[in-house]
Design a protein around this ligand. Structure first.
Ligand code: ADP
Ligand code: MG
Length: 287
């Protein structure tokens, strides 16, 4: 490999909005045949908005949203932002939370007005009404989280995310480069499949805990695949580092950017295809 050709490749990359850690990362783009895409914030905008609040029988919808909003106010998660913002719009100032705790990939809990409030996927048993409400929301492609306090599930809150305008085109371009796309997410399977359908992905790995994302990448590698991973979250960092080629979105977290081999500055997935195309072209001129 001549260093000059590689320098040209990295310079052109910067113009396209691709930052390359070192010229040696280009080498792995030759063999990559699979591209794993994180869902939230990568294929979708990650800017979620509150859609609907359901209360279990005998519970009050307003109370469900107010207490959920109070706990979520302390979290940075896209689901949390949507819930807290929706609650603030309705009630103004939210009550204080103490003893806040984040359970990665599952939810949050804390004490609000003397109650132990939990939001997320932290309850196993749901009353029939709530289970049905959650199913209905998920069928519509929404992320539904359960709200409860003092050990009892009392409501469901549904939030919606939007697929980025450019994601379907990006998936077509990645396929044209010979890469098989896979959607990877901690979110519910029904929601994940709705997003996958919308952008043309047929392989979905859903309901994966943050620490298991890296294992999902390793499993594909054990099947003999050479894996590129695109992600933005703290949850994606280990998987980005493990993948044969890690592409972090510049719109994402510092942890993801540090773990990746490449950064896609603008968060547009089509640039992932540009990166692989440019890299292969650069390597071709070296041979
Ligand atoms: P993704 O892989 O799509 O980025 P995460 O692993 O961050 O998603 O979260 C997976 C799931 O855990 C979410 O879809 C949600 O159901 C639940 N969850 C995580 N954090 C929170 C939170 N702060 N509030 C409510 N639910 C949460
Ligand atoms: Mg994400």
């Amino acid at each position: 490999a001549t260093p000059t050709a590689l320098m040209v490749g990295t310079g052109r990359g910067a113009q396209l909005g691709i930052l390359i850690k070192g010229p040696e990362v280009l080498e792995s783009t030759r063999r990559v045949d699979t591209v794993v895409l994180d869902k939230t914030g990568t294929v979708t905008t990650g800017r979620m908005t509150l859609q609907k609040v359901y209360a279990a029988e005998g519970e009050d919808e307003e109370q469900v949203l107010r207490l959920a909003g109070a706990v979520e106010h302390a979290s940075e998660h896209p689901v949390a932002r949507a819930v807290a913002q929706g609650a603030e719009e309705r009630f103004g100032r939210l009550p204080e939370v103490t003893g806040f705790e984040n359970v990665p990939g599952r939810g949050v809990h804390g004490r609000v007005e003397g109650r132990d409030v939990a939001v997320g996927r932290l309850f196993d048993a749901l009353p029939t009404g709530l289970a049905r409400a959650r199913e209905e929301a998920e069928r519509d492609g929404r992320t539904a989280v359960v709200v409860g306090w003092d050990g009892v599930a009392r409501g469901v809150v549904a939030v919606a995310d939007a697929v980025k305008e450019t994601s379907a085109e990006a998936v077509r371009e990645l396929r044209a480069l010979g890469l098989a796309p896979v959607l990877l997410t901690g979110d519910n399977r029904t929601v994940a499949e709705a997003v996958a359908d919308a952008v043309g992905i047929d392989q979905v790995i859903a309901e994966v805990l943050p620490e298991d994302k890296v294992e999902a990448v390793r499993r594909l590698q054990r099947e003999g695949r050479c894996v590129a991973m695109v992600g933005d979250g703290v949850n994606d960092a280990a998987a980005l580092a493990t993948a044969d080629l890690g592409l972090a979105l510049g719109t994402g977290t510092d942890a993801a950017i540090e773990a990746g081999d490449l950064t896609l500055v603008r968060g547009d997935l089509r640039v992932a295809a540009d990166a692989i195309r440019l890299s292969r072209k650069t390597l071709a001129t070296i041979k």
